[in-house]
Design a protein around this ligand. Structure first.
Ligand SMILES: [Zn+2]
Length: 393
């Protein structure tokens, strides 16, 4: 944001200069036109009288010509001054933004342009579905002739239907979903169903003494959660004492807090996504956020590579030339870096467990093989390279 403001400041300066220049230009032109017009009238009068050009008129004429020359020169030099300001805008953009971002992306990452387009479109569509922007996603599918089958859409549609209901403070669809997925949710250690029942109970309590009986009878829903959420259930039962006085004036007023609704939406999204095998954040937003973190470092490494003229370093399709720390939030799965080549293993260069138990990468293994035999670089056990087994994390 700061970068945008500093560029905008320069643009404003240029616009102001253009405005002043325009006004000055108009004014000078007007004055000159006036001067020339007067001269022309006098010349016409002299011609009419048939007299020769007087010395006065001749000097007025040359004065007028000089005036025009001066004015044109002044306008030209003023115009040149503006060039300086315009180029300052360009410099401000260069200073504040990295212009060569595309340079850190290799086209070789994609098998074909068609594949690239399709992958990106699918990522955008998935993101839109995940954000609940269903109509926009549908529109994009239609316009890009992307074929997204119903199986792909279904989980997002269901998730959004339930979330929308939760936003309206309607617990029905979420409860129905939680009850039908009770077992897998419990295996996930999820407290979603309990939290939904608790919200419904609190909703009844907010209804005052009239709802007391209904609330008490609803409390039986807590029975399966008695062991796990004993303390929460005790708090809710305790609040019943204050029903007549009004919960909002009691020490239990925190139960009515609106933050419980935001929390339930979050819990539902997290648990439902993990149950349906979806990520809470769309792959597009995760990639974008990681890209923002990694980009400055990638730009630096690119500059270093160019400076030292070692362009071959960054040739791997699915691997960056350096390790970039993205923070715990972006840790999704285990990775293995070969202790010999110090390279992260990949699909084409997988980790291999040797007979002695040490693990190195396939590339390192290939390099270490000598005369059909392999000597482990850690415990010098000699073995047959074919005995190494691929490890899958
Ligand atoms: Zn070994």
């Amino acid at each position: 944001m700061e970068q945008c403001t500093s560029v905008e400041r320069e643009v404003d300066k240029v616009l102001q200069k253009f405005l002043t220049y325009g006004q000055h230009f108009e004014q000078s032109l007007e004055e000159l036109l006036h001067c020339v017009g007067r001269l022309r009238a006098e010349l016409a009068r002299a011609a009419l009288q048939g007299t020769s050009l007087s010395a006065t008129l001749s000097s007025v004429m040359s004065q007028c010509c000089q005036k025009i020359r001066d004015a044109v020169q002044k306008l030209a030099s003023d115009h040149k001054d503006i060039h300086g300001s315009v180029s300052r805008v360009g410099k401000a953009i260069d200073r504040n933004f990295d212009s060569e971002i595309c340079g850190v992306v290799s086209d070789a990452v994609w098998d074909s342009q068609e594949k690239q387009q399709q992958t990106l479109q699918l990522a955008i569509v998935e993101h839109l579905y995940q954000q609940g922007m269903l109509s926009v996603a549908e529109e994009l599918c239609q316009e890009s002739t992307l074929n997204v089958d119903l199986d792909f859409k279904q989980p997002f549609l269901e998730l959004n239907r339930i979330l929308e209901a939760l936003h309206r403070h309607d617990l029905g669809p979420a409860l129905e979903w939680a009850v039908s997925h009770r077992q897998p949710l419990l295996e996930l250690n999820s407290s979603l169903e309990f939290k939904l029942h608790r919200l419904h109970f609190i909703h009844l309590l907010a209804g005052g003494p009239d709802k007391q009986l209904e609330a008490l009878s609803y409390a039986r829903h807590f029975q399966p959660f008695a062991r796990l959420h004993q303390r929460d259930i005790q708090v809710m039962m305790g609040s019943l004492v204050y029903l007549r006085l009004g919960l909002e004036k009691s020490p239990y007023c925190h139960l009515l807090d609106n933050s419980h609704w935001a929390e339930i939406c979050e819990t539902f999204t997290r648990d439902a996504c993990s149950l349906l095998g979806l990520s809470v954040e769309s792959p597009l937003s995760v990639s974008f956020a990681s890209g923002c973190v990694a980009l400055p470092m990638l730009m630096n490494i690119k500059a270093v590579i160019e400076q030292r003229q070692c362009t071959g370093v960054w040739s791997h399709k699915d691997e960056l030339p350096i390790e970039i720390e993205l923070g715990m939030k972006c840790w999704f799965h285990s990775v293995f870096a070969c202790p010999i080549l110090r390279q992260q293993t990949s699909e084409s260069n997988p980790p291999i467990k040797l007979l002695c138990g040490h693990v190195i990468s396939q590339d390192a293994l290939n390099k270490l093989v000598n005369g059909g035999k392999l000597k482990c670089p850690y415990c010098p056990v000699e073995q047959n390279p074919a005995d190494g087994k691929r490890i899958i994390f």
